[in-house]
Each structure stands twice: as C-alpha cells, then as structure tokens.
Design a protein around this ligand. Structure first.
Ligand SMILES: Cc1ncc(COP(=O)(O)O)c(C=O)c1O
Length: 380
C-alpha cells in the first residue's frame, strides 16, 4: 500500500490528475513560495540583492542534490530545448561528423540538430524495434564518425525506458558523446552523474513538479570546456551592486566558461525558480527512491485491475524498460478518443497520444485515483 502524499498537493477538487507526463502538480509548500515571490514584487523594496543571489543559488543546490552533481555544475534553463540547443550550437563539430537520433523521439530532441547539416554534419536516425534502442541496436549503427548520440531516457510516446548504463558504455567505447533528455524520468527515477552520460537535461514542470518554463542542464565538465561559447550575461560577470560604482568596468570575460556562464538569462526568476526549488526540495525530502516505489505501486495497481478482455497494454508491463507512463488501447482502437472524453467527463484526466490513452501517475496520486480510471475503462 503506497503512502498518501495527496494532502501535500492540490486542492484537486474531486478530479483525478493522471497526466504528469504533460504537467506535474505544484506541491503546497511551493505554492507558498510563489505567493511569497508575488509579495516581494508587490513591495519591490523586498527584492533585495541577497534574494537575487539566493533564488538561483538555492535552485542550483536542489538540482545538484537531485543528480549528485556539485551545485556549480548546474546550468539553469527554461525548458529541455534550451540545454539541447546549447550543446548543438556549441559542440566542436568537424565536417563529416554524424549525429545519431532516435526516429520517433520527442520533437525537442530532434529539432536542435537539424540545421547542423549546413555545417557538414550528417543526421542519422536509429529506428529501434521498441521505440528506444537497446545495446545491440545501438552497437549495430555506431560508426567511427558518430560524434554524438542524443536520446530521451523515458519515451513520451510509448513509455519505454532505455538503459543508460549499457548505451552510455557503448558510446564511451566508441568515442561518442551521449546526451540524455531526462524530462520524463527525473523526479520519478533516481539518477546520478556517475552514469556514463555526457550531459543530462530535463524540464521542471513534469515529474519535478515545478512551474511551466523551467528546466536545467548538466554537462560533464570536459564537454562543457569544449563548447564554443558566445554569450556573456552581465549578471554572471558582475552583480547589480557593481552598478553603484563610479565606473562600471566591462571587458571581454576571461578564462574558461563555467556552467553558470551558460545559464538562461534572468536567473533570479522569482515566480518560477523560487517555487521550483521548493518543489525539488520537497521531492528530495520524500526521497526519489521512495517516490519511484510509490509510483511503481500505482502502475502495478492499474495494470493488475485493467480488463484484459477489453484492453491491450502497449507500454512495457514489467522489467527495466517499464516507466511511469502507461499506454493502453481499447481492442477496438477507434474507441480510444471517446474513452478519453468519457474519462474527462468523469473527472479523470489522462492524455490522448497517437491514438492511444496515456496515464502518468505521480506522487500525489493514490490507489483510489487509479480505481476511478479503472472503473470508467472497465465498465464500457
Ligand atoms: C521528453 C520530453 N522532452 C521535452 C519536453 C518539452 O520540451 P521543452 O521544455 O523544450 O518544451 C517534453 C514534453 O513537453 C518531453 O516529453
């Protein structure tokens, strides 16, 4: 029986939110932080230099703890796309390099690389049998020219998870940089930067329960140092206090860029980053392992209760490739959209993706929530 964390979220007003793969709910402790940020803005004298410094610093600490990285290696972002573009645009490409992508990956993982063809980079697509590749499928397509492989960890359109260890080990052996989009995984599965990945990034507004417009990126320091660097946000070079000096010195930044140099601009983004930091702190206090167990129990409960004479489960039912994204279809596929509508009418929110139903339960869901979904689905 999983613990009940529902009281830390909501109010849900009698609705069942099973669509974390789209948006996670903001915990109440984080709502309090939004309110405080609004209060600061209502009284601008409360926007002190200390708060300008502490807001991004606190978020960096929380994200660092989440992935086992030093806080000063975290790059703050507003999306997954921001981090992917930093790498695509800054990577030291050579004519003839290949970028390997997964054919039906989430579009944010595909678009950033496409314009590299103008720089002589060849884009290749892996077409795995089960949405994301296993080690054999990756081994079969790696060539000496494969400079970079980008993949999502948990696939948004199938719920399939890939094995970062085996894929990363192959990339290392081949001299291929491995970039991972953890948007559908971080917050519901543990991750540590000791894994063989060269960069991991994610959005904040799904399993990390933050506001929309949040994200982050961690780049292995060796890779970070090799990136072409063409931005200099003034607040990474000085503080607002420096503006009080008689003369403000502006010169080209010297030395190696640090993670901070790659931050999205406006890092004291009070309305978004203050509650997001608190949401991550909340998840860390509960423990990501514990959340993973809680969510696995919810998935088990749903899969165990679904009427197999009416539905097929398309996402992995068990094993390491299973995630917290469940894909189901009625045996008569044409009924899926009306089922989606029917669930919504009953106050149960799931997603309708590629003609299938997607359920994505997270920490704030209970077994009773899954029962509500099962009741609607099984009674048709
Ligand atoms: C795997 C994955 N990556 C990224 C995103 C969103 O990307 P962005 O923050 O760049 O809009 C989503 C869903 O919205 C997703 O499922």
């Amino acid at each position: 029986m999983p613990s009940d964390f529902r009281a830390d979220f909501g109010p849900f007003e009698g609705k069942v939110w099973l669509n974390c793969a789209h948006q996670g709910a903001l915990p109440r402790v984080a709502v309090a932080e939004v309110n405080e940020a609004v209060a600061w803005k209502q009284r601008p004298f409360e926007l002190t230099p200390e708060r300008f410094r502490e807001t991004p610093a606190r978020l960096r600490r929380a994200l660092g703890k989440l992935i086992g990285a030093p806080a000063d290696e975290i790059i703050l972002a507003n999306s997954a796309s921001y981090g992917l573009h930093l790498i695509a645009n800054g990577f030291p490409w050579r004519e003839g390099d290949e970028v390997l992508l997964v054919r039906d990956d989430f579009p944010s993982d595909l678009f950033p690389w496409l314009a590299l063809e103008d720089r002589g980079v060849c884009i290749r697509y892996l077409e795995p049998a089960q949405h994301l590749p296993d080690a054999d499928e990756l081994r079969a397509v790696l060539t000496p020219r494969t400079r970079l492989f980008c993949s999502t960890w948990v696939h948004s359109f199938s719920g399939v998870a890939c094995d970062l260890e085996s894929l990363g080990a192959l990339c290392r052996a081949n001299g291929t940089t491995f970039i991972v989009n953890g948007s559908q995984a971080l917050g519901t599965r543990p991750f540590h930067i000791s894994a063989p990945v060269d960069a991991i990034l994610g959005v904040g507004f799904k399993w990390l329960c933050g506001p929309y417009g949040t994200g982050f990126l961690w780049i292995r320091p060796e890779l970070l140092r090799s990136l072409r660097f063409n931005q200099a946000y003034w607040l990474t070079q000085m503080t607002a206090d420096d503006l009080g000096k008689d003369h403000v010195e502006v010169s080209r930044p010297k030395g190696q860029p640090t993670a901070r140099s790659f931050d999205i601009f406006g890092t004291a983004n009070f309305f978004n980053f203050k509650p997001w930091a608190r949401a991550i702190e909340y998840l860390l206090d509960v423990g990501i392992e514990r959340i993973a167990e809680h969510n696995a129990a919810l998935v088990d409960h749903f899969l165990g209760g679904l009427d197999a004479s009416k539905y097929d489960v398309l996402s992995p039912r068990k094993g390491p490739r299973r995630s917290t994204l469940i894909f189901v279809t009625h045996k008569d596929r044409g009924r899926n959209h009306s089922l989606y509508e029917r669930l919504k009418e009953a106050g149960v929110y799931v997603a309708y993706r590629a003609g299938k139903l997607r359920l994505a339960p997270h920490i704030y869901n209970t077994l009773a929530d899954l029962d509500r979904a099962l009741q609607v689905l099984n009674e048709v």
